[in-house]
Design a binder for this molecule. Structure first.
Ligand SMILES: NC(=O)c1ccc[n+]([C@@H]2O[C@H](COP(=O)([O-])OP(=O)(O)OC[C@H]3O[C@@H](n4cnc5c(N)ncnc54)[C@H](O)[C@@H]3O)[C@@H](O)[C@H]2O)c1
Length: 403
């Protein structure tokens, strides 16, 4: 199968490229990425050497480039990760979000539609070559926010037999902070410019399915975390600041609730939707890991402290990268800052449809995923350093500058 992965140098896209290359020996992957501040070729340095991978630096809004890619490669599946993805930036400057996230999706779909059409049926609908699919990576933010009517959370009572069967091996049952959840039928009510741009793209993709019978799926996932996450997002930012003993900025009172999904579980979910998802359908991909932001920060401090110190002394292997003392590595680092405008109170996904239809299961409980993530950051400070200094941009010049 040949995949076109847009945004493949970003956080989730790069993890997906690694996941697919590992899982399918006979795949081919074409990556299209504009390498904005969030795209990092260093993340996929090894993968770029793989014969199965081709890389194009460019914009998904560039119709000529996108058409050329379809002419040069027999693309079977488009996985559209490319997006402006940071809510705070969308509040500062919405324009680029609308352009990339909506118009870019349209350009990709038009090129795929033109190349995958093999004729017309009696009613005038295009007929597409078998096995082609456009997968739009959307977000749970399209649904807006949920009430946080259980402010301190309580253990999830699983009534559905399907969910019971997949949650059976969890040692600690997930917490919930409200009585309502997003299902695929929940009306879309986005509340930030970012969420609106993703909603417009999500609806456009499904409109192409209705209007042209274009073969699509949409996935809507919760907050991802894991290796290679750009350090402006909550978890990597917190890890980076703890290691250097800097303050940990937390919005408002820190009592917003998010559902955390380990990025590799997300990649597994997307792979299932590509292979088993019914055309035209949207699928929620959630982590069964609702938690207050402030508790995420506290757990991260606890685990970093546990991993880097032995008898209150920094372990030798971390001496180079840690500049905080044992006593200062505490909740006192937390500082509450002015809340984000229009900050959504709670997101929580009901993944029952994806579990039931596709056998999806987010295997990684937060306590395990956050430990793996922190260990990865401790062992890969070179990556954080490159991102922070902008050095990763040199890879492009080194690898592609003279070609
Ligand atoms: N990270 C999350 O928690 C999360 C949650 C829900 C949904 N999503 C969605 O998943 C997708 C990937 O998210 P991420 O966190 O990996 O984002 P990211 O910001 O880390 O990566 C985005 C990638 O897209 C590239 N890009 C941006 N504009 C482009 C353009 N015009 N043309 C080509 N490439 C472009 C960037 O260079 C970067 O490599 C996005 O569509 C996002 O909306 C993310």
């Amino acid at each position: 199968m040949t995949y076109l992965v847009t945004g493949g140098a970003g956080f989730i896209g790069a993890n997906f490229v690694k996941y697919i290359l590992n899982k399918y020996t006979d795949c081919k992957i074409v990556i299209l990425d504009k390498l904005t501040y969030a795209g990092n070729l260093g993340t996929i340095k090894k993968e770029l050497q793989d014969k199965r991978v081709s890389f194009y630096k460019g914009d998904i809004c560039n119709q000529e480039l996108v058409e050329n890619i379809f002419m040069n490669h027999d693309i079977d599946v488009v996985v559209n990760f490319a997006a402006e993805s940071h809510v705070d930036r969308s509040i500062e400057d919405p324009g680029i979000f609308l352009k990339t996230n909506i118009l870019g999706t349209q350009v990709l779909m038009d090129a795929a539609k033109a190349h995958w059409t093999k004729g017309k049926n009696a009613q005038g609908y295009p007929v597409f070559t078998e096995g082609k699919k456009f997968l739009q990576v959307s977000t749970d933010e399209v649904y807006g926010e949920l009430e946080k009517d259980i402010p301190d959370g309580r253990t999830l009572e699983v009534v559905s037999e399907v969910l019971k069967s997949v949650l059976n091996d969890r040692k600690v049952m997930p917490k919930v902070f409200g009585t309502e959840f997003f299902t695929e039928e929940t009306p879309l009510k986005p509340r930030s410019p970012y969420a609106v741009s993703k909603t417009a793209a999500d609806m456009l993709v499904r409109a192409y399915a209705d209007t042209y019978h274009f073969p699509v799926n949409v996935t809507r996932c919760s907050n991802n975390y894991g290796p290679y996450h750009f350090p402006e997002k909550l978890i990597p930012l917190i890890i980076k600041n703890i290691l250097s003993g800097e303050k940990l900025p937390v919005y408002g009172d820190g009592r917003q609730v998010r559902d955390w999904l380990y990025v590799e579980d997300h990649c597994k979910g997307i792979d299932l939707v590509i292979n088993k998802g019914r055309l035209k359908e949207a699928y929620n991909i959630g982590g069964f890991n609702e938690e207050l932001n402030i508790n995420i920060v506290k757990q991260t401090i606890d685990i970093v402290r546990d991993l880097i110190f032995e008898n209150k002394v920094i372990k030798p292997e971390y001496k180079e990268i840690v500049s905080v003392n044992y006593d200062d590595c505490s909740y006192d680092l937390i500082t509450f800052v002015k809340d984000r405008l229009g900050h959504d109170a709670r997101y929580a996904i009901d993944p029952a449809k994806t579990v039931k239809e596709l056998g999806f299961y987010p295997e990684t409980p937060f306590t395990e995923g956050i430990r793996k993530t922190i260990k990865w950051y401790l062992e890969n400070q070179w990556w954080v350093g490159e991102v922070a200094s902008g050095d990763y941009q040199k890879y492009y010049e080194q690898m592609y500058g003279n070609r």
